[in-house]
Design a protein around this ligand. Structure first.
Ligand code: PEP
Length: 248
């Protein structure tokens, strides 16, 4: 039985002091033994948020990470910096990073491998544009993102990894994929993992849905057999996140 994982993606929101205030507001609302609860926060917020989350069920994630160990990469953040600060998860290949910062599937693959090497769980994002959906190539596109993203990742490592299916047209738009659309693609991703590895790996890997998840639609989405929780943007900055985490 896969444990649900519900992660907030704060994006470029919350100064360090606002971040601590938000954690203090959400702390009592997101208690839930049955799910992993993760706050993925801007790099500058990681240290104060980790401190503020001590003694709670909240685990802290980063929103990005570079694939080199250290050196002349001005502005980047390394895996050791993240682990030393207490980070357990990292969002990799979010569609906003692919679109605005030109991250490729090959870059995402290097980051996934580096995160795993350092014991950080990748939340690897994938998802199609509206145009691709209308052209009927959704699964072809996502299969390529998954296959390249998981290159040289072992089955044992893949089992610990999280994939977030986020249709780009549903992110931040208020337009959620229907439950059927979300389940269909998450099942397709699981089948792709079974092809790359085996049924046991596919049965263990956790696949989230992301894209305008809110307190009203979380229960139905998370009840689907292949949806193991959500990656939540806008609603993770509000008290509503407590309702999403306690969706049952
Ligand atoms: C996201 O940031 O990954 C996301 C899904 O955003 P939203 O929930 O706001 O659509």
């Amino acid at each position: 039985m896969r444990k649900k994982i519900i992660a907030g993606n704060w994006k470029m929101n919350m100064t360090p002091s606002q971040a601590v205030e938000l954690v203090n507001t959400l702390k009592p609302l997101v208690a839930n033994e049955e799910a992993d609860v993760v706050f993925c926060v801007p790099a500058i917020d990681i240290v104060p948020v980790t401190e503020a989350c001590k003694g709670t069920n909240i685990q802290v994630g980063a929103e990005n990470m570079y694939f080199e160990e250290s050196g002349a990469y001005t502005g980047e953040i390394s895996p050791d910096m993240l682990t030393d600060a207490g980070v357990k998860y990292v969002v990799l290949g979010h569609s906003e990073r692919r679109e605005y910062f030109h991250e490729t599937n090959a870059d995402v693959n290097k980051k996934v491998l580096k995160a795993l090497e350092h014991g950080i769980t990748p939340i690897m994002c994938c998802g199609e544009t509206l145009e691709q959906r209308e052209q009927g190539v959704t699964m072809d596109f996502i299969r390529q993102q998954v296959k390249v993203g998981f290159q040289n990742v072992t089955a044992d490592q893949a089992k610990t990894t999280v994939i977030a299916y986020e249709p780009i047209w549903a992110i931040g738009t208020g337009k959620t994929a229907t439950t059927e659309q979300a389940e269909e693609v998450c099942r397709g991703i699981r089948e792709c993992i079974a092809e790359i590895y085996d049924d046991a790996t596919a049965a263990e890997i956790r696949i989230q849905y992301g894209g305008s998840v809110n307190a009203g639609n979380a229960a139905e989405l998370f009840a689907q057999p292949d949806i193991d929780g959500g990656l939540v943007g806008g609603a993770s900055l509000k008290a509503d996140f407590g309702k999403i985490v306690n969706y049952k």
